[in-house]
Design a protein around this ligand. Sequence first.
Ligand code: SF4
Ligand code: SF4
Length: 165
Amino acid sequence: MAFWEDKKLGEMSRAEWESLCDGCARCCLIKLEDIDTGEIITSDVHCKLLDEKTCRCTNYPDRASLVPDCIALSPENVGRIKWMPLTCAYRRLAEGRPLAWWHPLISGDPDTVVAAGISILGRTVSETGVGADEYEDHAVDWPDIDPDDDLEGRGKRRQKREIGK
Ligand code: SF4
Ligand code: SF4
């Protein structure tokens, strides 16, 4: 049995935990929250530290000091972060769902994250080139490929505020 099927998130080694990240980088996008309804919408604007070509953080060790609203995922908080993508491997496992077919640990190929349309590769712009007053124009509806997903209502444009990355 694979470790992600055999262990709880809190029982995994550091290496096992890190290997769960599929590299989609969707958690590195600026999110918008409707101030009336609380609805969260993801933009196509990515964090200034993200490498657009690799979809990896360019300064992972120092990210907390360089980007204060970057949240370090943990077994304790992953189930409470409501803006984590439904496709995120950590969220899937925390909710008792299996890893998806595109996950590199299942497919054996990191490119399946891109092929499935989950990765943000080539589909975003850096926050360094976008003003905060332009964020609403960058609201997009990213695919949540899961039979249990409820996409109704996403992508609507209403008054929003930035809630960080
Ligand atoms: S959303 Fe989840 S799987 Fe994707 S990059 Fe972030 S932590 Fe990794
Ligand atoms: S600082 Fe955080 S949000 Fe920004 S690229 Fe690194 S991991 Fe992603």
